[in-house]
Design a protein around this ligand. Structure first.
Ligand code: GLU
Length: 249
């Protein structure tokens, strides 16, 4: 068990991400990382060991941005090193994600992606998902201004359909900096609904004090979060009506 946090809204993301990861420390972890969307790039920081190490590193850099994600890792594939810590990057940096869980068919997927020219930097199973989504983006690109998020959602769904195993995922896109996509199969994720801001957590503890409006994602569901709203979708079909629960945190 380890953790994921995410933020989309009008405030700086980093303080929420660091505090949220601290609240998930009880789940156990060996390394941690975060990513924040800045204009035209996604800034990433990773560190082995305690969240304090990550906080110290982030504190000495400029991590400004209102969309971001964070992760605590419990290594299953590859040792607990900085290069294996999440977030992982897909393609040429167009996809950045964190993953909790295990991808059982990652060896075959990795081989296929390497044949297509994707270069892997880590020993994790998770990096496969990042490159797979980058590959999906090539197939679902569109210029429809009314549906700017559609290709990103389609690419994620396309990638998820190829995975065997478990995942809780939070995904950012360099070229669509206003969205965060979360997806769940076998690894818990909750969405916190605020006013003009949305939160993500492996459980509700990072959300306490921010919102008491919670959506528990079910297996095969995705959440697409932007500052102006969110949708919940089924991986194999379309948008579904989310069940927002008021929870005493
Ligand atoms: N299997 C992934 C890894 O080893 C994710 C582990 C986790 O759930 O933190 O990096």
């Amino acid at each position: 068990m380890c953790g994921i946090v995410g933020y989309v809204g009008g405030r700086e993301a980093t303080p929420f991400l660091i505090e949220g990861l601290r609240r998930l420390e009880y789940r156990g972890y060996d390394s941690a990382g975060l990513a924040v969307v800045a204009p035209k790039q996604i800034q990433i920081c990773r560190s082995v060991g305690r969240i304090e190490n990550l906080a110290t590193r982030v504190g000495s850099d400029v991590f400004e941005g209102t969309v971001g994600l964070g992760h605590t890792r419990w290594a299953t594939h590859g040792p607990p090193t900085e290069v294996n810590a999440h977030p992982h990057v897909g393609g040429d940096g167009e996809v950045v994600l964190v993953h909790n869980g295990v991808i059982e068919n990652f060896v075959r997927l990795k081989g296929d992606l390497q044949e297509k020219g994707y270069v892997f930097k880590s020993a994790t199973d998770s990096e496969v998902i990042a490159h797979l989504i980058a590959e999906g983006l090539k197939q679902f690109s569109t210029t429809d201004a009314k549906e700017p998020h559609a290709p990103y959602v389609a690419a994620v769904k396309w990638a998820l359909a190829q995975l065997k195993g478990t995942y809780g995922l939070a995904i950012l896109f360099r070229d669509q900096p206003d969205i965060l996509i979360a997806a769940r199969f076998g690894s818990p994720l909750v969405v916190g609904v605020g006013r003009g801001e949305y939160f993500l957590g492996s459980d509700s503890s990072p959300l306490a004090g921010h919102t008491d409006q919670i959506v528990y994602l079910a297996d095969h569901q995705l959440a697409v979060l932007t500052r102006t709203g969110f949708t919940v979708q089924h991986r194999d079909s379309g948008i579904i009506s989310p069940n927002i629960e008021t929870v005493e945190l």
